[in-house]
Design a protein. Sequence first.
Length: 399
Amino acid sequence: MKKTVKYILKRIKSNKKTAIILGFLAVIFSFLLFAGTLISYSLKKGIDNTAKRLGADVMLVPKGAKENAENLIRTGQRSTFYFDSSNYEKLKSIEGIKEITAQCFLKSLSADCCSTEVEIVFFDKDTDFIVSPWIETKYKEKLNKNEVIVGYGIELEDNSIKLFGDEYKVVAKMAKTGTSLDNSVYFSLDSKKELIEKALEKGSFLTEEQKSEDLISSVFFNVDKKSSLSQVLGECHKKIGDSFDIVYPKELNGSFISNLGIIKKVISNSVIFGGLLLFILLLTAEHIIIWNRRKEVALLRILGNKKKSIIKVLLFENLIVGLVGALIGLFTGSLILIPFSNWLGILLKMPYLGPDLLEYMIIIIAILIFMAGIVCFASIFSILSVVNLEPYRALRREE
C-alpha cells in the first residue's frame, strides 16, 4: 500500500500541469459549495434560534418606535425609545395576560472591559421570561445590584466586568445569538439609578430621558390561552390610552422565515448553477487530460500492467489531487467567511449564527465526501474509454 501511494504521488509530480488544472477546479468547486452551505445553514440556524427565544406574543413600545422595535427583533439592533414606567404597572392588572415583563435600553455606552461600546439593558428580574431563555448557565433568581448577565461576545476576566470604574460580578452568560445582542450587559431594573449616576460621573453623555428613573423602553407579555388577544389589547388601550405601538414578535418571525426562504433559494440556485458549470468544466477537463495521456496508458499496458491496476492508479491520482484542491478550497472559505460572520449577518440584516465545531466538521466531511464522488464520477468514463483503447491504436493515433 505504501509503495502504491509513493508511486501515485510520483506520477502526480510528473504530471504537474494536469494536476494543477484539476486541483484548481476542485478548489473553486469546494469553495463555492462551502460558501453556499455555510451561509444558508447559518441563516437558518440564526432564524430558528431567534424564533425559539422570541418569547412574547406582544411587545408594546412608545408611539413611533415600531420600526426600531422590529429592527431589534430582526437583527438585535437597539435604539433608545422610552415611555412612562407607570404604564407597566397599570398593564400588570389586566385580566388575560399570562406573564408580563419590561425592559429599558441604554444604547452604546463605553465600558472599561471592551474595545467597542456595549449595550446596557435593564430588565425586571422578578418577572423576566425574555432574557432567561438565552442564558447558557442557570443563575440564582435574585440578581443583586453588583451582579450582571452578559452577552456571548463580552470578554471576561475572572468572571467579572468593569463598567464606569466599578467591577460587577458576571453570574451568567447568554448563548450566542449572531446579533448585536452578543455585546449587551444586563442589569436589574432597580440598578438603573445607581448605574446612570456612575455613567454621568465618568463623563458619559445621556439624554434627559435616559437620566430619568421613571422610563422604560418596552413591555412584553403573553396572553392566556383562554383569553382573546384583541380583547387584551383593548384593555391595554383603556388602561394607558394610545401612547404605544404594537409589535408581534412571533408573527414577525414569519416574515423572517419568508425572507430567509428567498435568500436561501437565491443562494441555492447560484450554487447549483455555478456547480453545474464547474462540473461540466471538470468533466471536459478530465476528458482532455486523460485523452492526452492515452500513449502513456498504452505503454503501461504493453509493459504488462493490467487494466484494473491502471484504472485504479489513474482514479487515485485524480482523487488525491481533487481532495487536496477541495481542502484548499475549504481552508480558503473558512479564512474568508468565518471571521466575517457577524458582518455577513449585518449585511443581510438577519440573525446569522455560524455552526459550532461539531457542525462545522460535519459540513467539512460532507463536502469532502461529495467532492470525492464528483471527481471519481467525472474521471471514470474518460479513464475507461482510454484504458479500453487497443495499445497499438493509441500509439498510432494522433488526433
